[in-house]
Design a protein. Structure first.
Length: 129
């Protein structure tokens, strides 16, 4: 028998087994590998976060990855914080007349809090002439 043909036919049977296993649905396949795959999928779906924001001034705008999400008071925890999905995200807080604030956040299946005080661009008063 041709060794190259034997390799191809074994690979074909493995592929058929894989397809048949998937075709029966994830709930039907019982094996340690399938259990591990289900656990990884659950973990990936739940890897999000809830970021509570407290800002001064309270009406500063909040951007997630460059997209306006609302003002700071919208994410103070009542009813919820800023929902952040899987991965590293850029958070910007801005208001006219203030220096912008930028940080990066990667969720870890938990609620986190961030207190931000924007600094005014206006020159400080005081001192001697």
């Amino acid at each position: 028998m041709d060794p190259e043909r034997t390799k191809r036919s074994r690979g074909g049977w493995a592929l058929v087994g894989l397809v048949l296993g998937c075709a029966s649905g994830p709930g039907q396949v019982e094996s340690p590998a399938a259990d591990q795959a289900r656990e990884l999928m659950r973990a990936m779906r739940s890897r999000n976060g809830n970021l509570l924001l407290r800002c001064e001034p309270e009406d500063a705008e909040v951007y997630l990855d460059g997209v306006l999400q609302g003002v700071c008071t919208d994410f103070g925890g009542k009813p919820s914080g800023l929902r952040v999905g899987l991965g590293l995200h850029r958070i910007d807080v801005k208001k006219d007349g203030y220096w912008p604030y930028t940080t990066y956040f990667e969720p870890s299946n938990a609620r986190a809090g961030l207190t931000i005080t924007l600094k005014s661009m206006a020159p400080e008063r005081g001192g001697s002439d």
